[in-house]
Design a binder for this molecule. Sequence first.
Ligand SMILES: NC(=O)c1ccc[n+]([C@@H]2O[C@H](COP(=O)([O-])OP(=O)(O)OC[C@H]3O[C@@H](n4cnc5c(N)ncnc54)[C@H](OP(=O)(O)O)[C@@H]3O)[C@@H](O)[C@H]2O)c1
Length: 252
Amino acid sequence: MSKVAFITGATSGFGRATARRFAEAGWALVLSGRRLERLEELKAELQDKVPVHITTLDVRDAAAVKAMVYGLQAPFDRIDVLVNNAGLALAPEAAQKVALEDWHTMIDTNVTGLVNVTHAVLPKLLAIGKGTSIINIGSVAGEWPYPGGHVYGATKAFVKQFSFNLRCDLVSTGVRVTDIAPGMAETEFTLVRTKGNQAASDALYGTTTPLTAEDIAEQIFYVATLPDHININRLEIMPSRQAWSPFAIDRD
Ligand SMILES: NC(=O)c1ccc[n+]([C@@H]2O[C@H](COP(=O)([O-])OP(=O)(O)OC[C@H]3O[C@@H](n4cnc5c(N)ncnc54)[C@H](OP(=O)(O)O)[C@@H]3O)[C@@H](O)[C@H]2O)c1
């Protein structure tokens, strides 16, 4: 029987690359996101290799998440790995210039959405126990502050601490938990953050060497396929051309 990976946010970026990586290794896939056309394209690409179930899902809708997970049929009714990847940043401006709605959208997606999915999928992971994994996609922004990070960084700090606290409760169950914290990676992330500004996205990534979606997918696959007795608690990954900056000081 194939192992099953459930990936949220599989229509783009890390989620789509992760679906391809697990398919390469023969895993069955449950793939979700809001854009049906993208899900259908990915299913058409992968279904000759592995069983693929696609489902449109907004992770912010707890009832829809629960109904979808509880309604999964064989061979997708067992879940070995949950990749909690759906997420976004909005509003790269300073906090004092940001619309409250953008803060709410980040909290609703990155925090509420992630706990909605975790709560719904956890019984399925517990039913298998040993060797299963919850892989939460955090960010370097969850550890390190930067201008314009405001609520985005705070939601990713939540992801980190939620991951660690889950570890404490799940320690005797065999279910592993990891916070994967990428640095700068070229996906649709900046396009979403700037509400469609392709030039801003190109300028951010074009003059350096960012991580790729495939780089992160490889790390997710690595964490998920380690021997059962190993739990990577947190994996922070930056491109070698990214590092921290000095403290900002306001001067006269
Ligand atoms: N790229 C980076 O530099 C970077 C760095 C650190 C962490 N991250 C994190 O990595 C994760 C993936 O981002 P990415 O870089 O791959 O960006 P991306 O290319 O924009 O992909 C984001 C994915 O999340 C999905 N999504 C967004 N809101 C959703 C919602 N309400 N319900 C369901 N799915 C939703 C999108 O699908 P639909 O639009 O089809 O719903 C899309 O598949 C995010 O959690 C992000 O915060 C990214």
